[in-house]
Ligand binder design. Structure first.
Ligand code: SF4
Ligand code: SF4
Length: 195
C-alpha cells in the first residue's frame, strides 16, 4: 500500500517534468509568435491584399474590368474632345479618355490578381494593406475616380454636345451630296462615214 503511494508520487512528478521539458526548451529559443496587432507580420513578396488604382496613370482601357472573373470592377469612360489635354501616363502613353467611373467592390473581390497583369500602365496593383474590414458593407465599394460629380457631369455634357455637332455636320454633308446635280457622261459622236 505504502509502495503504491510512492510510485504514484514518482509518476506524477515524472509526467510534470516531461511536460515542463518542452516548456523549458522554448524558454531559450527565439519566439515564433508576435505581438499582433502592435507588431505586424512580414508579408511574402507576392502577397495579395487590398487593391489600389493610381488614376493618374489609368487610360480607361477596361482590360482590368474584362479580366475580373467576378465582375467587381466597374469602369465608365467618356471620349475626350480634340481640344482637351488629358496629359500622359508615367509610362508615356497619351490619355484620350476621361474615366468617369472606376469602382471596385472589394467585398466581392477574390484577390485572384487577374486584373493586375493586363494593365498596360501598371496602375492597378495589390498593396500590403490587409486590415480593411468594415461594419458597413457599403464602405467596401471603393471609388477611385478623381473627378468630382460636377466635373463628371460637365465632361459628359460636353461630349454629348460634341457628338451632336458632329452628327449634324455629317447629316448636312450627306444632304449636300444628295442635292448636288448628277453630271451625265459626255455622249460619243458616231464615227464619220467614208464618202
Ligand atoms: S483581384 Fe481578381 S477578383 Fe479582385 S478585382 Fe482583381 S480580377 Fe477582380
Ligand atoms: S487596365 Fe489599367 S489602364 Fe486599363 S482601365 Fe484598368 S487600371 Fe486603367
Amino acid at each position: 500500500m505504502m509502495r503504491k503511494y510512492f510510485i504514484d508520487i514518482y509518476k506524477t512528478i515524472w509526467s510534470i517534468l516531461i511536460g515542463m521539458r518542452i516548456t523549458f526548451g522554448h524558454l531559450f529559443v527565439p519566439a515564433v509568435t508576435i505581438q499582433y496587432p502592435d507588431v505586424k507580420p512580414k508579408l511574402p513578396e507576392r502577397a495579395r491584399n487590398r487593391l489600389y488604382v493610381n488614376m493618374d496613370d489609368c487610360i480607361g482601357c477596361l482590360q482590368c474590368e474584362m479580366a475580373c472573373p467576378v465582375n467587381c470592377i466597374e469602369i465608365e469612360t467618356v471620349k475626350s474632345l480634340p481640344t482637351d489635354d488629358l496629359g500622359t501616363t508615367s509610362t508615356g502613353q497619351k490619355k484620350k479618355l476621361w474615366v468617369t467611373k472606376f469602382d471596385i467592390d472589394i467585398a466581392k473581390c477574390c484577390f485572384c490578381d487577374l486584373c493586375v497583369y493586363p494593365c498596360p500602365t501598371e496602375c492597378i496593383k495589390m498593396t500590403d494593406v490587409y486590415e480593411f474590414s468594415e461594419f458597413d458593407r457599403n464602405n467596401l465599394l471603393y471609388n477611385f475616380v478623381t473627378l468630382t460629380k460636377q466635373e463628371v457631369e460637365t465632361v459628359k455634357a460636353k461630349a454629348a454636345e460634341f457628338e451632336k455637332e458632329q452628327a449634324a455636320k455629317k447629316a448636312a454633308a450627306a444632304a449636300q451630296a444628295k442635292a448636288a446635280p448628277v453630271v451625265a457622261p459626255a455622249q460619243q459622236s458616231p464615227p464619220a462615214q467614208p464618202s
